[in-house]
Design a protein around this ligand. Structure first.
Ligand SMILES: *Cc1c(COP(=O)(O)O)cnc(C)c1O
Length: 383
């Protein structure tokens, strides 16, 4: 048996860390995970010093969740801070808008989350220069000169392209830019951007991190104290804070993150293989398929390949029939939940995808049932 490390772990520690993340020291007669603290203000006689003064600044339920996310994003690292937000977009905006000033340049992915074009328009309205390049092929390197911030989304959503975080981060740092990685799709168990050299790991907690499709949440983890204090200030100014109930539900959900990620990745691989082996060519994308263009880099920098699989049916009508025919897969947006979902991504406009493009989020069902349902719907929707 190998030697237990400082945290008492002999394995890679992911499962153990996830079930205990952020828990306070045991106190007799107190619950393992204290319940949500509902407070707009706290008793505060005398000089108004923290930690808990007013509910827009700090809340003990956030504190435990922030500690938990920090332990997963950067295990064993000191000086890393995590801040939770009302949503993923609140977290993303807090980094971009607290960092960038008029006249600055920022590099965004051209194929990232569908709200990034809205963010782009807002940044440009503040005279910030926005450059975009695709995620695949590390193409963002080509537009990095003079930028203050590089924004990476890998794997990209919904195209599932991957870029080399370590390479991009070191090139960006050599040119004086900070680096943020949107870690939503991978979750901190699938990828640890800070270990790969990023300054910020930013994510939506709405997706697989919490995994039940019942709340919105976001977070920023970073190790640059000055940058994080600007992010904290931004959260206070815009008030983009999570409710205590959401924060507590999120923390409770982290206890099963490892189980969910393991099961959903295995299921996603099973679905991707079944789609790959289907007689029609469906252009299936999954970073965990060895023949996928993302596989080489993904298998070096990721610890799991995620639960999202994409593929393309020949027409919009076929895709709609396919979605209608599925029984175990809900036609719904978002991803990462324990119940499988799929959607025709082109229905939103915005993403550069074919009309028959399907983004499927693979849940925690029995893999045989899921694969059978997908194959049955492929068959029934043909012709
Ligand atoms: C969903 C998502 C977001 C936005 O998160 P919200 O919680 O919906 O605000 C950002 N980035 C990616 C990759 C996402 O999938």
């Amino acid at each position: 048996m190998s030697d237990p490390g400082p945290q008492g772990l002999t394995s890679d520690g992911d499962g153990t860390r996830a079930v205990r993340a952020g828990l306070p020291e045991p106190v007799k007669y107190e619950p393992t995970l204290p319940g949500p603290v509902f407070a707009a203000h706290f008793h505060l006689p005398g000089e108004p010093t923290g930690p808990y003064t007013y509910g827009r600044d700090e809340n003990p339920t956030w504190t435990l969740l922030e500690r938990a996310v920090g332990e997963l994003e950067a295990p064993g690292e000191d000086g890393v801070e995590t801040l939770v937000f009302a949503s993923g977009m609140a977290a993303i905006s807090s980094v971009l808008f607290s960092r960038l000033r008029s006249g600055d340049a920022v590099v965004l992915p051209g194929d990232g989350y569908q709200a990034l074009p809205l963010v782009r328009a807002q940044l440009e309205a503040y005279d910030i220069e926005v450059r975009t390049a695709p995620t695949g092929g590390d193409a963002q390197l080509d537009v990095l000169d003079g930028a203050k911030l590089l924004w990476i989304e890998t794997p990209s959503n919904p195209g599932l392209d991957v870029c080399d975080i370590r390479r991009l981060a070191s090139e960006a740092h050599a040119r004086g830019a900070l680096v943020a990685v949107d870690n939503t799709l991978a979750t901190p168990l699938g990828q640890r951007p800070l270990e790969l050299g990023a300054d910020f790991s930013v994510a939506s907690g709405t997706k697989q991190l919490t995994g039940h499709g019942d709340l919105l949440l976001g977070y920023v983890t970073g190790r640059d104290a000055e940058a994080m204090s600007a992010v904290r200030r931004w959260r206070k100014i815009v008030g983009a804070i999570p409710g205590p109930m959401e924060a507590w539900l999120a923390h409770r959900s982290l206890a099963t993150l490892h189980l969910r990620v393991e099961r959903q990745s295995a299921n996603a691989l099973a679905v991707a293989e079944a789609l790959r082996d289907w007689p029609e060519e469906l252009g299936v994308r999954y970073p965990g398929l060895p023949a996928d263009p993302s596989y080489a880099i993904a298998s070096r920098q990721m610890r799991g390949f995620g639960c999202v699989v994409s593929f393309t049916l020949p027409t919009r009508a076929r895709a709609e029939r396919f979605l209608d025919t599925l029984r175990l897969v809900d036609d719904a947006t978002s991803f990462g939940g324990v119940r499988s979902t799929a959607e025709r991504r082109g229905r939103w406009g915005g993403d550069a995808v074919p009309e028959g493009f399907i983004r499927m989020s693979v849940g925690a069902e029995d893999p045989e049932d899921l694969v059978a349902d997908v194959l049955r719907a492929l068959d029934a929707s043909a012709g």
